[in-house]
Structure formats: structure tokens, C-alpha cells
Design a protein around this ligand. Structure first.
Ligand SMILES: [Zn+2]
Ligand SMILES: [Zn+2]
Length: 161
């Protein structure tokens, strides 16, 4: 059980930073009170980042870990809860945020069609894997169709190309 505080011990920060980097994300900064992760194009799209946002900043206080989008490494205007307790759990939540824009996993499958979806497609698009969540009424991927697609769980969604 992690006891959170405004400043965390260096080994804990290093462990969290290492797990985030192991997920393929680039760090801009890591110190006792925050970690800043560079936003790539996939993450910017998934998170709906503003043009001025440069970083996903992970911070912490006695209430737990939090995250927010920021133009600079030091100031996060609207921090939100980052679910998790250990560096492994928190790094997994960071990966979900960067790929899907959500910190909590949904138990849902992504379908990746072999061909690009057409204009008529009404499915929810997933930017990270170029997949979709089939809409039962979609004329291309709905219940009455059975197109060739590969499937994976959202929790296992590969990072964007
Ligand atoms: Zn569709
Ligand atoms: Zn996916």
C-alpha cells in the first residue's frame, strides 16, 4: 500500500518513470513532485489535447496520484484522479490515457477491420490501433454483417503506430 504525499521518495519516482518509459512513452521530466510525459500525435488525439498542451503531467498528494494536460511542466490546471497504487498500476493507467484518453480500462473488445471503414460507418473509432467498437446498426460492421476483422481487448490495445 503506497502512502502518498506531496513529495515522493526518489526510488518510487524512478520506478514509476521506468515503467512509463518501458511502455514506450517519452519523459520530459521526473522529480519528487511530478513526472511530465511528452504528448505524441496519437495521445493528443485520444486526450483531446489543446494546441498549447505539451505534456501529460502526473502528480501526487496525500489524496493519491493525479494527472492533467499542461502547456508547461510545472502547472496542471485541472488535475484528475489517476487510478492505481503501485508504479506498475499507475504506469498502466498512463498508457491507457495516452492510447484511449481514459485512465480506467473498459472491458470491451476492439475490432480492427482489414479495410478502412467507409463513409457510412457509424462505429466508434479507436485512434491508437485504427480499430473500432462495432455499432450494432453500422451498415458495414453491424450485427447483420460479418466482415473479416481481428479483435483484441481494450486492455491489450497496442500502442499507436
Ligand atoms: Zn462501422
Ligand atoms: Zn485497440
Amino acid at each position: 500500500m503506497t502512502t502518498f504525499a506531496d513529495e515522493m521518495p526518489e526510488p518510487w519516482v524512478r520506478a514509476l518513470a521506468d515503467h512509463i518509459e518501458a511502455g514506450g512513452w517519452g519523459l520530459a521530466d521526473a522529480h519528487e513532485s511530478a513526472i511530465a510525459v511528452h504528448l505524441g500525435d496519437t495521445a493528443r488525439g485520444a486526450l483531446g489535447a489543446a494546441d498549447t498542451d505539451r505534456y501529460l503531467v502526473i502528480g501526487w498528494s496525500a489524496a493519491g496520484a493525479d494527472w492533467g494536460l499542461a502547456a508547461s511542466r510545472g502547472h496542471v490546471p485541472h488535475p484528475q484522479l489517476l487510478p492505481g497504487d503501485t508504479p506498475v498500476q499507475l504506469a498502466a493507467a498512463v498508457g491507457r490515457l495516452m492510447r484511449t484518453g481514459r485512465a480506467e480500462p473498459r472491458e470491451i473488445r476492439h475490432a480492427v477491420p482489414y479495410g478502412a471503414p467507409g463513409e457510412a460507418c457509424t462505429c466508434e473509432r479507436i485512434t491508437a490501433c485504427r480499430g473500432l467498437i462495432p455499432d450494432a446498426d453500422c451498415p458495414e460492421h453491424g450485427d447483420r454483417r460479418n466482415p473479416a476483422m481481428t479483435w483484441h481487448w481494450e486492455a491489450l490495445c497496442p500502442p499507436g503506430a
